[in-house]
Write a protein that binds this ligand. Sequence first.
Ligand SMILES: [Zn+2]
Length: 403
Amino acid sequence: MIEVFFERALAIVLVFLSYRGFVQIQDFSIRNRVLLSCSPGLYTLTQASWVVARFFGGVNIEMRQSSTIRLPTEVSVMAVANAFLSLLGSSGPVLADGAMGTSLFAAGLESGDPPEMWNLDHPDRVLQIHADYVAAGSEILLTNSFGGNALRLKLHGLQERVVELNQAAAQLARRAADTAERPVVVAGSMGPTGELLEPMGLLTHELCQMVFADQARGLESGGADVLWLETLSDLGEVRDAISGIRTVSSLPLVVTMSFDTAGRTMMGVHARDMAMQLAELGVAAIGANCGNNLADTEAALLEMAQADTGVPLVGKANAGIPEWKGTGLVYSGTPEVMGAHAHRLTQQHVKIIGGCCGSSHEHLRLMRGVIDGVIPVPDVAVGTASTPVGSANTRSRRRASSR
Ligand SMILES: [Zn+2]
């Protein structure tokens, strides 16, 4: 990984400079933060090399003058290596979290209510969901902001509150992450706009880009380490999202699409094509989330691996197949089913493994145990890739309930 190479190279340069007395390291704190002071000249020089490193290596290291220490002849500099890229460069699989949408319903969210409002109205409940995932062993928390773009929020008259709601979402996940004793990364969840791009639909590329840019601004200001596009089905929308986000943020980007229509996305995208196209756009990781069933998600991930782009893979599948029981959706996947699935993904060298709709912290706890080798791999048969469930009810409910 070139990012990791640059990150380490920069760390070595820092240590060398401090050894020779050119810079003075003030503080080595957790999560790759290095606070140091140096002369203004060296600051400019180092900052320039940082910019070059970022440009060529895709490394995301911020360098800024610290406001906490002011010395007359020296400036203080804080170098922040990105926590998500560090996690990506670690050995072994990384455990993400499970569903937010179904966990919110379990906590009392009513169907049709905007989940993002809970970041302000019930922060304690959202925080508890994040805390449960941290306790289960998750290393990445996705924010409660899946439907937090202006076009989705407009359905609830909340389109003017994009930045506020996304900022609150990221702040809550940040709070849960920062109480953990190990590094936990905050991923700003961004779902689809729910509208079709021109010429098939009415959504212009300009508006689509603006919508994602606004959401990204809110998520980054709330403390997200990475921006995470999920459940997308149209590569055109992904491209616009990335263009828009890049106008306001240089955070690493993850893109996962939903393969829920006979092995393709609803808009007919093949996993292989997705991998080839997104590899050229410099995203940090790609993958599959939600989807119809585990077998379809695993098949899509295998196709991405066979594209051999070198971009790390992410699998966040539904806990089994959604079925209507009474008034609610029930997922057939038990924690054991997801544990066996997690094991298969490690065999496929999928780097980031988590769950989507229907997977709770109980599922994630068992997945953690299986991945770490402390719980035996559950003896559960692999399902077969199926034709889409795709009933209007299932799909509209899933879009409404996010993940
Ligand atoms: Zn889902």
